[in-house]
Each structure stands twice: as C-alpha cells, then as structure tokens.
Write a protein of this length. Structure first.
Length: 302
C-alpha cells in the first residue's frame, strides 16, 4: 500500500509542469497556432525564475518574473507568426533555440556557470492540508494548478467571450472576423496566456522541486506537452489525464528500480518507459483526431 501511495504522491508532483505546459499549449492551439517554442519557454521560465529569486531572495518575485518572461515569449512568437506570417514550425523551433541560448548566455555571464549552478534558493514548501500526509502532501503550486488553473481554463474556453473567441478564431478566422472578432488580437492573447502557463511550468522545477538551475532541466517536457495536447484532443482535462498517465509511469519506473525483482532490467529501458507509453497513446489517439479548422493557417484580412 505504501508503494502505491508513494507512486501516486510523486505522480501529482511530476504532473504539475506537464499540466501547466499542456494547458498553455491547448489555449494556443485552440486559436489555430502551433507553438513549438514551448520547450524553450519552459526553459526560460525555469532559469529566469530562478535567477530573479536568487537576486531578490524572493521565490514570489521569481515566479512573477518567470510568468512575465513567458508572456514576452508568447508576444514575440505572436509577432512572428500572426503579424509577419512566418512559418509556425520555423518560428517555434527558432524560439526554442533562442530562449534556451539566451538563458544559457545569461547563466554564464551573470552566474559564471555553464552547466547549471550549485547556487540555491528557498523553494515553495510542501503543504499538508488539515495535517494530512501521503498523497495530500503536495506543493502549493500543484494544488493551484490541478484544482484552480486547469478548471478555470476549461471554464474560460467554454463559457466566456474570450474563450469562445479563441475557439472561433481557431476554427474559422474568416467567419470570426465577419462576426466582429479581432483575429490578430485574439491570437496574441492566446499565445501570451499560453506562454505564461508554460513558463510557470518551467519555474515549478526550479522554485519548488529543486531550488536550483541545471542544464537541460526541462528534459523534453515541452515536447511531451505537445503530445499531450493531441492525446487530449485539445481539451484541458483530457490533456491533464494524459499528463497524469505519463507521470504515473514516470514515477513508477523510478520506484521499480529499487525492487529486487527489477534489478536485472536495464536502467535505460525503465527510463524510456513513460516516453514509449506517450508515443503509443499519441499514435492511438492522434490518428482520427479532429484538429482545429484553421490549425497552422495564417490569416490575412482580404
């Protein structure tokens, strides 16, 4: 029983950055724009959140700076793909390279380290509501993400004028324009909201779980989030379910290594297991997925 409790406890923590990143990508893609800069945005959020927290000795300032960096990243990508009409694949990959490179440059210039840092900051601690331990002992950001951010995004996309505008722009920007919706502004807002959530997901790793910054801290989580969006068919709750599945397998493989029965299994195979599960789930769910009608299509007013 304690084995399962430990796995579920770790699952919720591991799922937090995935939930934030995939939720941000859902909002972005629902507007018809693919954001391949998610890996770089999460990376920049992790670094600049840590750097700001270290300089100010405030984790709250660090989180605010990370979210601001995510907003700037979303605005820059919006300028490239919405205003200039740059190919979304090219712009997104360029953003990832730019943001990771900028983070590493500032890391070397300001902190004097090239492969991360041994510097530490005070992290957001684990809270135990009503004194409960076990699965209930989670970071505050985990509770906020799973119980507030994801449900609020679901409600926003389904029941608010902004959410309906985002969906309309992603499905048929011409019709949305005729109906009086500002297509460019709506996509700008969607990408900025998405960038803020992605960067917050990266900041969770430095400001909650680790308290420090290391090279390749995101470790492909951004690409996993892209897969989760397709797996979830552009729904925040379904993407969250996919993230929980990935996180469960991820947490499970770490604990299986400690069991004698699994000592003979190659370490690399267990480490790859959650990614293999993600690929299988993506193939199974993505074959007949209904993409937003204007997905990857730039809009130019006639």
């Amino acid at each position: 029983m304690s084995f399962l409790v430990n796995v579920l406890e770790a699952m919720l923590r591991v799922s937090t950055p995935l939930a934030l990143g995939s939720s941000g990508e859902v909002v972005t893609e629902r507007s018809g724009v693919l954001n391949l800069g998610i890996e770089g945005t999460m990376y920049a959020g992790a670094f600049f959140g840590f750097y700001a927290a270290y300089q100010t000795d405030s984790r709250w300032v660090g989180l605010a700076v990370a979210i601001a960096v995510g907003a700037l990243a979303g605005a820059l990508l919006s300028f490239l793909v919405v205003t200039l009409g740059v190919n979304q694949h090219t712009a997104g990959l360029g953003m990832t390279i730019f943001l990771i490179g900028t983070s590493e440059f500032v890391n070397r210039a300001a902190l004097g380290t090239g492969f991360g840092t041994s510097l530490k900051v005070e992290t957001f601690g684990v809270i135990k509501p009503f004194g409960l331990g076990g699965i209930a002992a989670q970071y505050g950001m985990t509770y906020v993400t799973l119980l507030i951010v994801v449900p609020c995004l679901w409600w926003m996309l389904r029941h608010t004028s902004l959410g309906l505008a985002i969906t309309a722009v992603g499905e048929n920007p011409e019709a949305a324009d005729v109906a009086g919706i500002n297509v460019k502004l709506t996509r700008y807002i969607a990408l900025i909201i998405g960038g803020m959530l992605m960067a917050a997901g990266g900041a969770f790793l430095t400001l909650a779980t680790l308290g420090s910054f290391t090279l390749d801290i995101i470790a492909g989580r951004g690409w996993v989030c892209l897969a989760l969006v397709i797996f979830g068919r552009w729904g925040v709750f379904r993407a969250l379910a996919g993230g929980l599945l990935f996180s469960f397998v991820y947490a499970l493989q770490f604990r299986l290594r400690l069991l004698d029965a699994w000592q003979g299994v190659p370490f690399e195979l267990l480490l790859a297991l959650p990614y293999l599960i993600t690929i299988v789930a993506l193939v199974a769910s993505g074959r007949n997925a209904k993409y937003p009608g204007a997905y990857l299509k730039p809009y130019r007013r006639a």
